[in-house]
Design a protein around this ligand. Structure first.
Ligand code: IMP
Ligand code: MG
Length: 181
């Protein structure tokens, strides 16, 4: 029988497209939060590269916070149970909060995060997601800043993984099945 493996074959969003879009998002966010105190919340691990690049395009004195949830368990299908692995929330109270996430798929992770952070008395909560798969949405979550809308394909790179691999690719690629002999 032919052997196959998942492999990031075709580039969906290039390095330069990512860079340009993040510059635009940074400008917009800087304008919208002018003269305000903003906490940028990184959702580990997928959002790390996006978070680091976006933060440097925002011309405001930011605070950083890091949260981690788990739901995926090595597969390409989202499980419906979401748990916290790390909850850091010291800085959120009475401040504007912007959640920075790699991708919004069913919407369950972001809904969970908004509910959690909302219970900590922030001044406001908004969402910035690099990628959005609108066709997969199961629960409604308002995405205030969105990098790119993508079709229903599984993507890796620029922070996103498959079985923890490929996060370091500098672009976003579609995971495809290739044959190995
Ligand atoms: P949601 O809770 O279904 O919206 O899923 C959000 C999480 O699922 C993201 O933070 C990612 O970690 C993961 N995810 C969803 N789609 C993809 C994908 O295409 N590639 C890699 N991870 C994904
Ligand atoms: Mg994630």
């Amino acid at each position: 029988m032919e052997k196959t493996k998942p492999f990031p074959k075709s580039v969906l969003i290039s390095e330069s497209q990512i860079r340009e879009r993040i510059q635009e998002l940074g400008k917009q966010i800087s304008k919208d939060y002018e003269n305000q105190e903003l906490v940028l919340v990184c959702v580990l691990r997928g959002a790390t590269l996006f978070f680091a690049d976006l933060a440097r395009e925002i011309s405001l004195p930011l605070r950083f916070e890091f949260l981690q949830t788990s739901s995926y368990h090595n597969s390409t299908e989202s499980s419906k149970e979401i748990q916290f692995i790390r909850t850091g929330s010291d800085y959120v109270k009475h401040r504007h909060v912007l959640i920075v996430e790699d991708i919004i798929d069913t919407g369950r992770t972001l809904k969970f995060l908004v509910e959690h952070l909302g219970s900590l008395n922030p001044k406001s909560i908004k969402i910035c997601a690099l990628l959005d798969k609108p066709s997969r949405r199961e629960v409604f979550v308002p995405v205030d800043y969105s990098g790119f809308e993508i079709p229903n394909v599984f993507v890796v790179g620029y922070g996103l993984d498959h079985g923890q691999l490929y996060r370091n690719l500098p672009y976003i690629a579609v995971l495809e099945t290739i044959s190995i002999d």
